[in-house]
Ligand binder design. Structure first.
Ligand SMILES: Nc1ncnc2c1ncn2[C@@H]1O[C@H](COP(=O)(O)OP(=O)(O)OP(=O)(O)O)[C@@H](O)[C@H]1O
Ligand SMILES: [Mg+2]
Length: 262
């Protein structure tokens, strides 16, 4: 089992789309995937079509009202605004950073991969994700200040590793929502590669309005625009490579070939 926290220093960097699409792809490759929505906005829960009234949620789990196993609905532990309240409650407690880690202990071993979608802030919820996870995956938009955002997120990863989760590994940084036809996207990529040569994913997720459209229609980008979905298939391949999951990688190959990868 490998658990991965997907996070970024700021909002709107494609985290939730990344978790949603990777979950979809890894399931198509035959893996058992648990998605955890750790954002009070509940975007991932919406994307994955969870009934908005589904209970219990991750907020109930963090508040100690439910076991994580009870909060899994069709492969996702959903979130709603109640998570904001749970976060507040949590902030005054001993061991507040360890709560998700302890809660997931009972369920995560039933899965091959656990993907945790973080909120758009590096606060207590994201720290809980980093303490619960084996790996951190950073997502960054292709903007001028991408590097600063990555550096700030890295500081939080290091804090979590030094104090609470010594086994935490930085899996890599993904350039997301990028228009590589523009100079500033290309510069953002070049700067990242220069700073973190081994950590930047070679795959860049291209920007397209089709992502918003596919989310609205609750259709996976793989089906809505297979040509764009190929980006995420390539990312999944790199990810499985970094995780040393060769068998799953082999099962991904037919999907990549069908999408036109060479
Ligand atoms: N590759 C892409 N190209 C264009 N738009 C995208 C792409 N990926 C995601 N989007 C859109 O950008 C918006 C933000 O994406 P998403 O919700 O995945 O980001 P996020 O980092 O999870 O945001 P938040 O920080 O608010 O949780 C959404 O409307 C989504 O549909
Ligand atoms: Mg999100």
């Amino acid at each position: 089992m490998a658990s991965i926290a997907v996070l970024s220093q700021k909002g709107g960097t494609g985290k939730t789309t990344t978790v949603r699409t990777l979950a979809d792809i890894l399931r198509r490759a035959g893996l058992d995937v648990l998605a955890v929505d750790l954002d009070p906005q509940g975007n991932l829960s919406d994307y994955l079509d969870v009934d908005p009234d589904a209970e219990p949620t991750v907020g109930d789990v963090l508040a100690g009202r439910a076991k994580a196993a009870e909060a899994v609905h069709d492969g996702i532990v959903p979130a709603n605004l109640g998570l904001a309240e749970a976060e507040l409650m949590l902030s005054g407690k001993m061991g507040r950073e360890m709560t998700l880690r302890k809660a997931l202990r009972g369920v995560q071993d039933e899965y091959d991969i656990v993907l945790i979608d973080c909120p758009p802030a590096l606060g207590l919820l994201s720290v809980n994700a980093l303490v619960a996870a084996d790996y951190a995956l950073l997502s960054t938009e292709a903007q001028y200040f991408a590097l600063q955002g990555v550096e700030q997120a890295l500081e939080v990863i290091e804090l979590a590793r030094d104090n609470l989760n010594p086994d935490l590994e930085w899996l890599g940084v993904l350039l997301n929502i990028a228009d590589m036809r523009t100079v500033h996207s290309r510069e953002a990529y070049a700067t990242l590669v220069e700073s973190f040569p081994d950590k930047v994913f070679r795959t860049v997720i291209r920007q397209s309005i089709a992502y918003a459209e596919s989310a609205e229609r609750a259709v996976s980008i793989l089906d809505y625009r297979p040509d764009l979905g190929a980006d995420y298939l390539a990312l999944a391949d790199e990810l499985l490579d970094r995780l040393d999951m060769g068998e799953a990688r082999a099962r991904l190959r037919p999907l990549r070939e069908a999408a036109g990868a060479t």
